[in-house]
Design a binder for this molecule. Structure first.
Ligand code: ATP
Ligand code: MG
Length: 468
């Protein structure tokens, strides 16, 4: 046995003969034994060296053995401490155990017993430490347990999360609709030192332009018509917590400028007030459009882009990580069965193949909804069959994107069918943006002038009076 792996023991007793015998016996059993004759000497040694174990006589000439015990445990809560006492000292020995000693021996005792007790104590300590380590590992592994994914791109996301979640750095999450942007934003918050404070979400697209500023920064009483009382904005609500700015690409230019100023100064002003308010919120932003492209087109401030894009996280679309589909599907089946109080169901292999073959334009949200649908349609069966899934998943040929057009025997008017499709797509986007043409054009990846041109051509020009 090398010296490095031999456990070290300090033997504390004023009776030189007994002390020497104990030390020698321990040395024979593979320990490195040191000795101390008084409490003062023992405490000096404990300060200077981290012994694995310490054997203490309860009655010492200069102080109680208990003091040595406390001094040792104070410094090394894991030290294996053993008390020695005569018959009269049993009560004291018991109270020593309450204070953290592992055991006591009543003099006279067998020397071999001493080695056994110390050995058992060291083994127990090792197991305890191992358990603590295992628990810590489990905690680490399951910290992101609500986010599922084993594919390489998701592993990359986890690695980034691990590094940046505990920091204050601004994160920009990029991903198609339904890829989990909000889930990742929340996960970042819950794994940060800010987890006990608020996670506040602000959706730049959901709130009409004039109200968005007041929503974000708050306003004073009477700041504008309808502002009957003062209001705290999202920035202030998120103080010491996390502010999630969703769909940041759709933020109007004027608001972009104000957001940039807030992020630079780390302070805001409520609308209608000129008193700066300091805030301390971690910013996480999300977008499903390529912000760099918008910057090039002049639709997004470049300086704001750099402010936000400190730590970029890209969530891959589901079709680019098909190996995650079975995991996600099983997860959602369990979740759905639990939420609906139905017995656990399983997916047939055929159903799993179907799910893996589909393109999932709506990504994980669409998958979750499809599973919810399938669980509901499965009835009392244990297995979820292919036929339980929504029509557009089962038969993607009659794709949901292009409405099924019946072709009559006399044929169709190609131009008018195409115009009809154009018309519906445009109206759909205008509806989504609350009539905002600039945003609708962006959704269609058309220039604003092309969109206006089409509105005229399709006799939708009256749409032009709507907010633009
Ligand atoms: N990796 C994942 N593991 C488990 N569930 C996920 C995962 N990613 C997303 N989800 C679930 O999918 C749904 C959609 O996710 P989320 O709302 O975060 O997407 P999003 O990117 O914000 O979508 P949108 O762009 O439409 O706002 C949520 O119910 C979310 O819990
Ligand atoms: Mg979202």
């Amino acid at each position: 046995m090398s010296n490095r792996t031999q456990p070290t023991v300090l033997v504390v007793d004023d009776e030189a003969e007994l002390r020497g015998m104990v030390a020698e016996s321990l040395a024979n059993d593979g320990f490195v034994a040191a000795q101390a004759a008084t409490a003062a000497e023992a405490i000096e040694r404990v300060k200077a060296f981290a012994y694995d174990a310490i054997v203490i006589d309860l009655r010492l000439p200069d102080a109680d053995g208990m003091e040595v015990l406390d001094a040792a445990l104070d410094r090394y809560p894991d030290v294996v401490a053993l008390m020695m006492t005569g018959f009269g000292g049993v009560a004291d020995a018991v109270s020593a155990i309450k204070r953290g000693a592992v055991d006591f021996l009543i003099k006279p005792f067998q020397l071999s017993q001493l080695s056994r007790v110390i050995g058992a104590g060291l083994e127990q300590r090792r197991l305890r430490q191992e358990n603590a380590e295992l628990r810590a590992q489990l905690r680490d592994r399951y910290r992101f347990d609500s986010v599922i994914g084993q594919s390489a791109p998701m592993q990359q996301v986890f690695a980034t999360l691990e590094l940046v979640a505990p920091m204050n750095s601004t994160v920009l999450i990029h991903g198609e609709t339904g890829t989990g942007k909000e889930l990742i934003a929340r996960t970042i918050h819950h794994n940060s030192p800010r987890a006990d404070q608020r996670f506040v979400a602000f959706n730049a697209a959901a709130i009409p332009e004039p109200l968005a500023e007041a929503e974000l920064f708050g306003h004073a009483k009477g700041a504008f018509t309808g502002a009957v009382s003062a209001r705290v904005g999202r920035f202030e609500l998120a103080h010491r917590g996390t502010l999630f700015i969703d769909e940041v690409a759709l933020m109007p230019m004027a608001l972009q400028a104000k957001l940039l100023r807030a992020l630079q100064e780390r302070e805001i002003e409520r609308v209608g007030e000129s008193r700066p308010i300091k805030f301390d919120a971690r910013i996480v932003a999300a977008t499903n459009t390529d912000l760099r492209k918008l910057v090039k087109e002049g639709a997004f401030r470049e300086d704001l882009y750099y402010r936000l894009n400190v730590i970029p996280i890209t969530l891959p679309p589901l079709r680019d990580r098909r190996e995650d589909i079975p995991l996600l599907a099983r997860h959602f089946v369990q979740k759905s069965c639990r939420n609906n109080n139905v017995p656990p169901r399983v997916l047939t292999q055929e159903a799993v193949r179907l799910l893996m073959n589909y393109s999932w334009p709506g990504n994980i949200r669409q998958l979750e909804n499809a599973i919810e649908h399938a669980v509901a349609m499965t009835g009392a069966e244990k297995e979820i069959p292919v036929t339980a899934f929504p029509e557009d998943v089962v038969r993607p040929a009659s794709s949901s994107f292009f409405p099924a057009v019946a072709i009559p025997d006399e044929g169709i008017n190609f131009t008018s069918v195409v115009s009809q499709l154009e018309r519906e797509l445009i109206l759909k986007c205008l509806e989504k943006t609350g009539g905002n043409k600039r945003q609708a054009a962006r959704l269609l990846n058309l220039s604003r002038t092309t969109l206006i041109d089409k509105l005229h051509r399709l006799n939708l020009a009256d749409q032009e009076t709507a907010a633009s």
